[in-house]
Design a protein around this ligand. Structure first.
Ligand code: UDP
Ligand code: MN
Length: 277
């Protein structure tokens, strides 16, 4: 209610988090009595490791859930190359081995599979909430308890002001990610999602099953797993939505509605970093 200039609640009653809509001190007191550990998964496969991982982790130490127990789960094809950082007390880093893929699209989509497997066992025993993020970004502002909920997704910084007819949903009826006219709520960016472990497990497994169904049909969704995530959250409404403050592209001219940036896009170098396919 403290923000009149932006939408702060979805039609189904979930909050949309903007600067000015929460009080960090009250949240600290609320969660202070709970025994909370938060997971943060990130993939750094192939050349993405050297280019992005260190800055992602270093800035997460400065801004992500500061003061709380955090476990970073780094999924990579080269665990030995993961930078060794000094972490604040109560924070640890684990690495998980995954196999590099021939196509960058498959690395991106396979994340859903690897995550659903990892969430099944260890991660769900160690943390209550988990966030899953792209590595090609870094933190510049506080990303804290206000982001926690049973299921959390993010408004895409390019499309948050567009009506649903114009956002890049998958429009191929043969894809499991297909959304027709009148379908879809917002356009969500798959670079950040999260929630309670079992909920994220369900999301990643559903999205990967949809990817497999597309493979059997010989199609690929327009924006790979992001298209499937958008379909998933159309069918399973998220409990909380993060504003584009939580993954902002600094190349976009900021309007008055974006009062802070918390996580920002790193420079893309697709031709140099992505596997040729
Ligand atoms: N990724 C990776 N190695 C690759 C391609 C992708 O580790 O060769 C991971 C990485 O975490 C990356 C994410 O998959 O952030 C999604 O790919 P990308 O960021 O290139 O997609 P975009 O955000 O540009 O659509
Ligand atoms: Mn990315």
């Amino acid at each position: 209610r403290s923000r009149q200039d932006v939408l702060t609640c979805t039609p189904w009653g979930s909050p949309i988090v903007w600067e000015g809509t929460f009080d960090p001190e009250i949240l600290r007191q609320e969660y202070g009595r709970r025994n909370l550990t938060i997971g943060l998964t990130v993939f750094a496969v192939g050349r993405y490791l050297e280019k992005y991982l260190e800055q992602f982790l270093e800035t997460a130490e400065e801004h992500f859930m500061v003061g709380w127990r955090v476990i970073y789960y780094v999924f990579t094809d080269r665990p030995g190359a993961v930078p060794r950082l000094g972490l604040a007390p109560g924070r640890q880093l684990q690495t998980r081995m995954v196999e590099n893929q021939k196509r960058w699209q498959d690395i991106s989509m396979m994340r859903m599979h690897w995550l659903s497997q990892a969430l099944d066992t260890a991660i769900c025993r160690e943390v209550q909430y988990v966030f899953c993020m792209d590595v090609d970004q870094f933190f510049v502002g506080a990303f804290g308890l206000e982001a926690l909920a049973e299921s959390v997704t993010l408004l895409h910084s390019y499309f948050y002001r567009w009506t649903r007819s114009y956002v890049p949903y998958d429009r191929n009826p043969r894809s499991a990610a297909f959304l027709g006219p009148g379908e879809g709520d917002f356009y969500y960016h798959a670079a950040v999602f999260g929630g309670l472990c079992p909920r994220v497990k369900n999301l990643t497994e559903s999205c990967f099953q949809a990817v497999l169904q597309d493979k059997r049909q010989g199609v690929e969704a327009r924006w790979q797993e992001e298209s499937h995530l958008n379909k998933y959250f159309w069918q399973h409404k998220p409990a909380k939505i993060l504003s584009p403050e939580y993954c902002w592209d600094q190349a976009i001219r900021r309007r008055g509605d974006i009062r802070v940036a918390r996580l920002v896009w790193a420079e893309k170098q697709y031709r140099r970093l992505r596997q040729a396919a």
